[in-house]
Design a protein around this ligand. Structure first.
Ligand code: AMP
Length: 204
């Protein structure tokens, strides 16, 4: 299985690159932000809790998002060659939970891609996106809050992945194509050994 975490600050291009990766390597794209927005649209209890937090730029609680991710992983694991986890983990607790989930399913994380973009550029991108995205968290006040939370709570996962040699920083400041080329090189250089077993023979 090829299992990839794509990380980076809000506006770093995680969603765009994840779609390209999922298409080329036939992976299931699991975006926790998209999953939460679906819950909000459906008006579920989880959606209501998430809406109140997301609209203010806060993260949803670890246990809630870990449960949701586990459910989606179980639903899709038989049908794909692996997963691209987009926007998850956002805390060290989530990173540990993801490793556990993968190990319990006979697989492991192949690599972590960290998209790096300068702060000024991130703010400009998110503000521009807010004019068309319809997302109530793409306004200036919430953007600043999300970036602050990213630095305080999410960036520490970088060290977690550096310690286990799965960390790859990629600058995403030029174009979508240039960034994707770098990602392809990293993925294509993974040794078969790191792809971890045949999922169908291991996952019940
Ligand atoms: P995104 O679409 O990835 O930018 O996520 C939008 C919002 O959903 C974030 O600002 C958080 O409020 C929430 N969210 C998404 N993923 C997570 C996560 N892994 N942990 C906590 N909150 C999350």
């Amino acid at each position: 299985m090829l299992n990839i975490v794509i990380s980076g600050a809000p506006g770093a291009g995680k969603g765009t690159q994840s779609k390209l990766i999922a298409q080329k390597y036939r992976l299931m794209h699991l975006s926790t932000g998209d999953i939460l927005r679906e819950e909000i649209t459906k008006g579920t209890v989880v959606g209501k809790t998430a809406d109140a937090l997301i609209s203010k730029g806060n993260l949803v609680p670890d246990d809630l998002i870990i449960d949701l991710l586990n459910q989606k992983f179980q639903e899709h694991k038989h049908f794909y060659k692996g997963f691209i986890f987009d926007g998850f983990p956002r805390t060290v607790v989530q990173a540990i939970a993801l490793d556990e989930l993968l190990i319990n399913n006979g697989t492991k994380l192949s690599l972590m891609l960290d998209l790096r973009v300068e702060e000024k550029e991130l703010i400009a991108r998110l503000f521009k996106r807010g004019q068309t995205s319809g997302r109530n968290d793409d306004n200036l006040e919430t953007i600043y809050k999300r970036l602050k939370i990213y630095h305080q709570v999410t960036e520490p996962i970088i060290n977690f992945y550096k310690h286990t040699q799965r960390y790859n920083a990629i600058s995403n400041t030029t174009s979508i194509e240039t960034c994707f080329k770098q990602i392809e090189q990293i993925i294509d250089s993974i040794k078969p050994f790191d792809l971890c077993q045949n999922p169908t023979s291991l996952i019940m």
